[in-house]
Design a protein. Sequence first.
Length: 320
Amino acid sequence: MSVAVLGGGAFGTALAVALSQRGPVTLWCRAPAQADDMANRRVNERYLPGCTLPADLTITADLTAAADAKILLLAVPMQQLGRFARDEASHLDGKILVACCKGMDLRSGAGPVETLAQHCPTARVALLTGPSFARDIARGLPTGLTLACADAGLGETLQHQLATPALRLYRTTDVIGATLGGALKNVMAIACGATIGAGLGESARASILTRGFAEMQRLALLKGAVPQTLAGLSGFGDLVLTCTSEQSRNYRFGLAIGRDEAFDASMTVEGAATAQAAARLAQREGIDLPITSAVAGLVEKRLDVAQAMDALLSRTLKEE
Ligand SMILES: NC(=O)C1=CN([C@@H]2O[C@H](COP(=O)(O)OP(=O)(O)OC[C@H]3O[C@@H](n4cnc5c(N)ncnc54)[C@H](O)[C@@H]3O)[C@@H](O)[C@H]2O)C=CC1
Ligand SMILES: O=C(CO)COP(=O)(O)O
């Protein structure tokens, strides 16, 4: 089946490079000047410098042409996905859509699959998520990801259509678990970055990571997720990667908060809005997500790291 990737950032470009090994791929970028530059120079200088784009990868700013493919992968940041899907529904509805972003929409609280389904009611929608840095995928390094699709048959088809020799896909029908694992691990990465940035130590980070995992499970299981999904690549796997690597933008954003340094506002940091959306959801649901709330407080500048850590440490002692 023909494949197009919509979104010419780091991840979209990396996926297009990897999938080009399997057959013809089209990469759509919204800015015509960027598409022309990438097509001519065979590199995405802004988002994925140093990675040569294969000669047979088609790069275009023409969405009508790109959306002609059978499978459309959407690698647009979460907070832009709803507007993009609404504005471009005529190109997307009725197609097979694979959301490749992580997070919760700040206004609706929905994840990527729900957001796409709202705007494109006749599309068949899946989610590709898990521990993977764009640069690793583009270099062809071994990577394991989760392909989540409520329709088991379509999920199996996509698993086989999108796997490559280096990109090993596991499938699940638990879209809620894969969505919330991928969304909330970025919140925990901000918390872990802030912990290290403020000089609070690696022991503290291990506690934040572990108790953060407990929060991810608490919210996801409440929403109907399967525990195994949270323990898998899309949950625990991505949590470990993102909370321990300076390649992660969410972790680096946390580091900057902890060091009281400025951070490039144009950078995609999905965990910031997701922390706010998840904290609101937890309040509505009446559950306690103290690390998520602390990260929302840091993002909204209501708290500094010392106050956030005080709030966590002064809670009543409890069973693990
Ligand atoms: N970079 C990575 O290593 C990974 C990223 N992801 C996820 O992929 C998603 C995208 O992230 P990146 O590609 O890294 O971000 P990026 O910041 O590198 O690129 C974002 C891209 O989206 C485009 N874009 C922004 N608003 C748009 C709109 N309204 N319509 C169309 N295009 C728009 C930008 O032009 C840019 O090409 C995020 O949800 C991220 O969590 C997932 C796994 C790995
Ligand atoms: O999702 C990712 C790794 O799996 C990428 O992390 P960042 O968005 O924090 O860079």
